[in-house]
Design a protein around this ligand. Structure first.
Ligand code: SF4
Length: 459
């Protein structure tokens, strides 16, 4: 299956791509089903399962599902309108999605957090049902939110599993492994970004690709800027203070004073990433990169390149994002980008690999050096668990993105000091991530039943 740069990077809403965006997308898909059906539903209800139940409150999964059933979508999310709509739904116990009659829906009664065993297809499952005037179920669909805002029905999930090994994307450079990517780059004398762009041209015009990429960076960069201005306490009850503004103000005050240690540059990288993840935790607009929880790493590295690297050019933003998307596609295709599937190695680890590859590309790295950069970044996130305290995408997530950005820059720099030859290939590293994720105990996969989530006092 072809994974476009616009699949890997999607404008959406915080705090989680799998637990917030995905359920909203699933609800929107269910509405499409209802609009196309010959039945005349009078009500809707749903249930959240597995990780969507265990960490759903912290991730605002219920809120996202309700808004999705009311016709909201991540890409066009309007925060002010959402508040009014939610209040109306709670008061009237009715949702009024566009193109459908008003549907009975009492959020307290009709959306159930099911803490039993997860659904068989994936840790993030949800079931949506439509009912008739008597309250009897007339339609039902099971959805899985598989990370990064991607949603599959139970049938699609089964098909994807079956066809995965066979169906190659019908594009000029259908690489499914890093080894194939390097072979095709060598044979074609194209860069990774050029191959990816050629593949994208199968589905969009050059102008659409350029405009889409410009829009992605605009949203990413605006998110960094907003995050560096935000103050106060993040929602959710953990009382986590927003720190990005304070760090930014301190760094600006020190600028040009010749008194800072060289490692202070790390604070800039960490700052940019934390600014994004504080915005994400506050429910703001972010771009999945490849997920919301890991949304800060890649924009931070790109902003670092543009603002701090001599000779940097904004004309290379597309090259950065296309290269990163190629690497993210390999991680997703051959392992996972979901914390609920493989732990945080799959989220922040994949994000760091993508960012390292993007940076190595715009700094002039060869395809082999780019692959090496991605591998170094991913290798040193292997084994990392997902254990968000209280199910909120705040601790350890916000700082973790900062450190992920720093690691990504270091990985690119190390790779560029070599000739691209190295012992552990990116393919081996991705496969190791898959196996480690498979063997990882469920309590470390976005359930908040282990790790920091149980050792940090919930005050
Ligand atoms: S710990 Fe990592 S994978 Fe888990 S929610 Fe936080 S950023 Fe996402």
């Amino acid at each position: 299956m072809f994974l476009s740069v616009f699949d890997m990077f999607k404008v959406g809403v915080g705090p989680s791509s799998s637990h917030t965006m995905g359920p909203m997308v699933a609800a929107a898909r269910f509405l499409e089903l209802l609009r196309a059906s010959p039945f005349h539903p009078k009500g809707v209800r749903g249930s959240l399962h597995g990780s969507l139940a265990f960490t759903g409150v912290g991730h605002a999964t219920d809120r996202a599902t309700i808004l999705g059933l009311a016709g909201f979508a991540p890409a066009t999310y309007d925060a002010a309108k959402a508040e009014t709509t939610l209040a109306t739904i709670h008061a009237t116990q009715t949702v009024t999605p566009p193109g459908l009659p008003p549907l009975s829906f009492d959020p307290k009664r009709d959306l159930v957090f099911d803490y039993g065993p997860a659904l068989p297809g994936h840790a993030n499952g949800m079931i949506l049902k439509a009912t008739d005037a008597q309250g009897d179920v007339i339609m039902e669909e099971t959805y899985y939110s598989i990370g990064g805002g991607f949603v599959l029905t139970a049938t699609e999930m089964a098909e994807a599993g079956g066809k995965k090994a066979r169906a190659r994307a019908d594009v000029p450079y259908p690489f499914e492994t890093a080894a194939e990517m390097l072979e095709m780059a060598k044979a074609s004398s194209l860069t990774i970004a050029q191959m990816k762009r050629t593949n994208e041209l199968k589905f969009r015009t050059a102008a659409e690709i350029d405009a889409g990429i410009a829009r992605l960076w605009e949203v990413m960069n605006a998110c960094i800027s907003r995050g560096m201005e935000g103050t106060g306490i993040l929602p959710g009850g953990l009382k986590v203070r927003r720190r990005a503004k304070g760090i930014h103000d301190a760094l600006m005050a020190e600028r040009g004073l010749n008194m800072t240690a060289p490692h202070t540059i790390n604070d800039w990288m960490g700052l940019y990433a934390m600014a994004v993840n504080e915005e994400n935790a506050a429910g703001g607009q972010v771009v999945t990169a490849p997920t919301n929880g890991a949304a800060g790493v890649l924009p931070a590295v790109l902003r670092y390149y543009l603002d701090h690297v001599p000779g940097a050019s904004s004309a290379r933003i597309g090259e950065f994002l296309l290269t990163a998307a190629a690497i993210g596609g390999l991680c997703k295709h051959n392992a996972s980008i979901s914390g609920a599937e493989c732990g945080c190695q799959a989220e922040v680890g994949s994000a760091a690999a993508m960012a390292a590859a993007g940076l190595a590309a715009v700094l002039g790295g060869s395809p082999e050096q780019i692959e090496n950069a991605a591998e170094i970044a991913l290798e040193h996130h292997l084994g990392m668990t997902c254990d968000p305290v209280r199910g909120l995408v705040q601790v350890p997530c916000i700082e973790r993105n900062g450190l992920g950005a720093i690691k990504a820059v270091s990985a690119a720099s190390l790779a560029l000091r070599g000739d691209g030859q190295h012992l552990v290939s990116l393919d081996v590293c991705i496969e190791t991530m898959r196996q480690t994720g498979r063997d990882m105990h469920e309590k470390y996969k976005e359930t908040s039943l282990g790790g920091l989530a149980v050792n940090v006092p919930n005050c």
